[in-house]
Design a protein around this ligand. Structure first.
Ligand code: ACO
Length: 463
């Protein structure tokens, strides 16, 4: 069995077993998705009854295809899958995706074991069964049967749930976040989370890895893969409650396991556990575009005192600290604030704060050696102009020099209505990590701090 998934993600030849002319069938969608992909490769529909499907010559069996096949997608009823898999083995197919359901997730363990026996002594890599397939946005290849086109970017997503995987594509699109690859792993008879983490760790198109898991097959291998990985790994582990664990068993046929053990092990391995999918994207957004925080001391700039206090509470609850300003920073801020306001951390630049006040206060915090990361916050306070805030943020985030100079992250948060929302979309589309709640902002900052700790630990090991 090859560990390398290069031909899996960049196949030159792909066959679809169960390809159909019937547009309601999954085998039709899988073939069509390949055909409309930007990526160019040879495609072979396989169906014993048809001469051609969607304009392509059809073959009766994979063994009838001349030449090598790098990837086979199987979309036939579960009972036929072992026979098809044997054909693939005979043909020396390199990789297989079994879309079909009807295995351990419904208690059909014998049938799933039959598949495992077939692939045991082969080099073939198998994804599934019970999966959507994958989308490789880096090269424009859609090897799945589902809708949804992710933007090209640098977050790799692994989902044990196919439907949630599709949801993740849409969240990513809404948040203007690009994806490198998204993979559904289903029942994981072969290709497992650890294989994919290893692959993405070496994938130049991937900067951050996000997983939705219900259970892992080999806990030690999973944790070792996270430990080996030189990129941030974000994990949503579902099935925390007793009822959630029961639902896990009937979804992908897996055992949810002890939640506390998962939490401790993920942390120890250097991964970051997220509470849900939205948080996974919040953190991915921060980790993707910002430098890590090399300490836990956070500076806050806000035009609303209340928002500053909520951010302070949220940060401290996460183990981040909001230190007092140094004398030097105090003086710099004092110069830009109206007379009656005393500088503090959070720095309240007050409700009429303009572009200049935001920018100067943020820069002063970045320059402060006692500060490791900055949160810039704005509340639509009536006489503050939101453009002053968003304009300042855009300028600072776009000024890559600021990151190069200070190597500190900047996150943004806002409280407001419709008018603000439109401006925030502009920021999001420019890659600015901006959040609509103090809690989410603090959690995203925590992920940057944890990433800083991971990097330092790695560095220590190397020295
Ligand atoms: N080789 C090739 N094709 C074959 C063979 C064979 N040996 N035997 C039959 N076929 C053809 C069939 O004739 C049919 O083609 P046709 O439309 O021209 O007649 C085609 O293969 C499909 O077979 P059907 O019996 O029509 O099966 P159908 O498409 O209805 O269902 C499927 C197959 C989709 C795999 C179904 O059994 C299944 O598992 N569905 C659930 C899939 C799923 O949800 N997976 C998890 C995804 S994750 C998520 O939730 C997004």
């Amino acid at each position: 069995m090859t560990k390398n998934l290069e031909t899996f993600f960049k196949p030159k030849t792909i066959a679809v077993v169960g390809a159909s002319k019937d547009s309601r069938k999954i085998g039709h969608s899988a073939l069509k998705n390949l055909l409309i992909s930007d990526y160019q490769c040879k495609i072979y529909p396989i169906n014993p009854k048809e001469e051609s499907i969607l304009g392509l010559k059809c073959y009766k069996k994979v063994t009838d295809v001349e030449g090598n096949i790098d990837l086979v997608l199987i979309s036939v009823p579960a009972a036929i899958v072992p026979r098809i898999l044997k054909d693939c083995k005979e043909k020396n197919v390199k990789n297989v995706i079994i879309i079909s359901s009807g295995f351990s997730e419904i208690g059909n363990h014998d049938l799933e074991n039959e598949l495992k026996t077939i692939i045991k002594d082969s080099k073939m890599r198998v994804l599934g069964p019970n999966v959507m397939g994958y989308k490789n946005a880096s090269i424009g290849l859609d090897a799945s049967f589902v809708y949804g086109n992710p933007r090209k970017g640098s977050i790799a997503l692994i989902s044990q749930s196919g439907a949630l995987g599709i949801g993740m594509i849409y969240i990513a699109n809404n948040e203007y976040m690009g994806v490198s690859k998204i993979v559904g792993v289903g029942n994981k008879i072969d290709i497992d989370d650890d294989d994919l983490i290893d692959y993405f760790a070496n994938d130049p198109e991937t900067k951050v890895i996000g997983l939705y898991i219900e259970a892992v097959k080999d806990g030690r291998e999973f944790m070792n893969a996270i430990k080996r990985c030189n990129k941030p790994v974000l994990v949503v582990k579902a099935g925390r409650s007793t009822a959630g664990a029961r639902a896990t068993a009937s979804h992908t046929g897996s055992m949810a396991g002890s939640d506390n053990i998962y939490s401790a092990a993920i942390k120890q391995a250097g991964g970051i556990r997220c509470r849900d999918i939205v948080e996974l994207f919040d953190m991915a957004k921060a980790l993707n575009g910002q430098p890590p925080a090399l300490g836990n001391r956070i500076g806050i700039v806000t035009n609303g005192g209340g928002l500053g206090i909520m951010l302070t509470d949220a940060c401290e609850e996460q183990g981040l600290v909001i230190p007092k300003l140094s004398t030097k920073t105090f003086k710099k801020i004092d110069e830009i604030l109206p007379n009656l306001i005393v500088p503090n951390n959070p720095i309240d630049v007050i409700a009429d704060a303009d572009f200049y006040r935001y920018e100067t206060a943020t820069r002063a915090l970045l320059e402060d050696r006692n500060i490791d990361g900055v949160i810039v916050a704005s509340v639509h306070g009536g006489y503050a102009r939101p453009e002053e805030f968003t304009g300042a943020i855009l300028k600072m985030i776009r000024e890559r020099k600021l990151h190069e100079e200070f190597k500190k992250p900047i996150l943004a948060t806002w409280v407001g209505g419709r008018e603000y929302e439109d401006l925030v979309l502009d920021l999001k589309s420019a890659g600015v990590p901006i959040y609509s709640s103090s809690w989410r902002t603090a959690r995203a900052m925590l992920s940057l701090y944890l990433e800083g700790l991971r990097i330092k630990k790695d560095q220590k090991k190397k020295d």
